[in-house]
Write a protein that binds this ligand. Structure first.
Ligand SMILES: Nc1ncnc2c1ncn2[C@@H]1O[C@H](COP(=O)(O)OP(=O)(O)OP(=O)(O)O)[C@@H](O)[C@H]1O
Ligand SMILES: [Mg+2]
Length: 509
């Protein structure tokens, strides 16, 4: 592609190596002004790395960056901001106990004549931005008190406040509800109308179809070309990215449920503030079936999982596993009762980032004798075992057993957790947002894995904010609203609209 002022950003021949590993191998990116440009690629393809280079967080080993047709040297984020680049990261970076305004101006304070911070002026400027873009954000609210969707709008405002003309959004919808996603797409179109340019990384093909003009595709660090979105389809994007046909629909045979594994009766759980989040909930999960919980984030899903796994105290009611009481025991008891959990927040509960991938695969099992006696680990055996898991679960890059978990891409970290949990051969597998941040090929694999586990006789409790996922994978769908199960349906007996209505607190006629 020629270098021209028609393009807000052009990155040509970008090479990035981490030690002996080449994460980006001569990648190009040409983003036209005032367009939404999507970047699509499998987990570990190099999308975040490419954007970190543009934002000055990493230096490319080779290649050039052009902004509006002019060569740009960007060696740190301050320079990127000077070039009008703003970035909203995969994991937010706001300060929880600061207000919205404080977070927006942090690091870019407006100073009065004597060098003191002029909060009033700053607040006015923030208000003006909020008005201009029609954002639904309270400038005086504390970050910890607002929804994830609002926090994201604060991140966007923060970039706009610094004069961003090009906005990079790294998987912005992975943490949003369907309603918030719609709102974000509106905001994106609005920003384009006001002259901005947006680069968005997402695994959700539907969103690319809805929001993007063009889509650049990277496969394992190699540039595969750019696609004109309106003349393409989800199926075409998926196969271009993975290099094979991906089955976007879930195939499975009917379930053969056995004995009740998990039995919950009258469960009530309060959060730290003493508010009931789970209220007199009843639920059964049988061996050999997948029970999926449909619901909007914040309706008690987290507290339900925390109670079952004994990370939270149950106020009243009972939780039994194979008839044995698990209520208000310890996480160790839960694990020993045959319960494995794929947690929703992989950084908080799933992984120890500074540890090696191999050490992470046996986190709750190192007391087992298979990898040594008690305190010492048999590293050779552990490495061998991890290598098998890496192959079986396609964790990339191949041979990463000795690397630190923090060096893996987000999606590959998720695959590592799933590998660890499934390989422990549990009787009950709790899968909480198991495909969050995964590419379509990996999602297909995870869904197949859950169904294979079911067919092996495992009871599976799937909790997901993706309604499509719950509808496609579950044998039984239970809707949660305000901490209660408000409806239970065999798969295929209820449609998206009916479920959406129940999830929002409505009733079926
Ligand atoms: N700081 C680092 N040190 C070592 N390796 C790294 C580092 N950052 C990235 N990598 C490697 O570079 C490759 C690309 O990672 P990147 O995070 O860019 O992937 P991604 O396309 O954003 O994937 P995902 O969709 O899972 O977020 C991965 O194989 C990763 O292991
Ligand atoms: Mg990434």
């Amino acid at each position: 592609m020629e270098v021209s002022s028609d393009y807000a950003v052009q990155m040509h021949g970008i090479v990035k190596r981490f030690g002996a590993y080449t994460a980006l191998d001569h990648v190009d990116l040409d983003v036209r002004k005032q367009t939404v440009h999507a970047i699509l690629g499998e987990n570990g393809a190099g999308k975040t790395t490419l954007m970190n280079i543009l934002y000055g967080l990493y230096q490319a080993d080779e290649g050039d960056i052009f902004m509006g047709g002019e060569k740009a040297t960007i060696t740190n984020p301050t320079e990127a901001i000077k070039h009008g680049i703003g970035m909203v990261h995969q994991h937010f970076m706001l300060v929880e106990n600061f207000t919205v305004t404080e977070n927006i101006i942090l690091g870019d304070e407006v100073c009065g004549a004597v060098g003191v911070l002029d909060m009033r002026k700053a607040r006015e400027e923030v208000m003006a931005l909020v008005d201009e873009y029609g954002f639904d954000v309270d400038p005086d609210a504390k970050i910890e008190d607002i929804t994830v969707g609002m926090q994201q709008r604060v991140e966007i405002l923060k970039a706009l406040y610094r004069g961003a003309e090009v906005l990079i959004l790294d998987e912005p919808t992975a943490v949003l509800t369907p309603q918030e996603i719609e709102k974000l797409i509106e905001i994106m179109h609005d920003l384009i109308a006001k002259g901005k340019t947006i680069i968005i990384i997402t695994h959700k093909l539907k969103e690319i179809m809805q929001s993007a003009d063009e889509c650049s595709i990277i496969r394992r660090g190699v540039y595969m070309g750019v696609v004109d979105v309106k003349n393409s389809s989800e199926t075409e994007l998926a196969s271009k990215m993975v290099g094979r046909n991906v089955n976007l629909t879930v195939e499975k045979t009917p379930a053969h449920p056995g004995d009740v594994m998990l039995e919950i009766r009258g469960l009530t759980v309060k959060d730290e503030r003493g508010i009931e989040q789970v209220r007199e909930l009843n639920l059964d999960v049988r061996a050999g079936e997948i029970v999926g919980i449909a619901g909007i984030d914040g309706n008690g899903q987290q507290e339900l999982v925390d109670a079952i796994t004994n990370l939270a105290h149950s106020e009243s009611g009972t939780i039994k596993m194979k008839g044995i009481e698990l209520t208000n025991k310890t996480p160790r008891n839960t694990f020993e009762a045959g319960v494995a959990t794929i947690p929703s927040d992989r950084h908080r509960w799933g992984l120890v980032l500074p540890f090696a991938v191999s050490e992470n695969t046996v986190l709750e099992r190192h007391v087992d004798t298979e990898f040594g006696s008690g305190i010492t680990l048999d590293y050779a055996k552990l490495r061998e075992y991890t290598r098998e898991l890496i192959k079986r679960f396609d964790i990339r890059p191949d041979g990463c057993e000795d690397e630190r978990m923090s060096g893996l891409s987000g999606g590959n970290q998720q695959k590592a957790i799933i590998a660890r949990m499934v390989s422990s051969e549990p009787d009950l597998l709790i899968a909480f947002q198991p495909t969050r941040g995964l590419d379509v090929g990996a999602i297909e694999f995870v869904h197949k894995t859950l169904i294979a586990e079911r067919d092996r006789g495992t009871a599976i409790l799937l909790i997901s904010f993706e309604l499509d996922e719950v509808m496609d994978v579950s044998d039984t769908i239970a809707v949660i609203y305000h901490g209660k199960i408000v409806g239970t349906f065999p798969q295929g007996t209820v449609d998206e609209n009916q479920l959406g209505l129940l999830m929002a607190g409505g009733e079926l006629k």
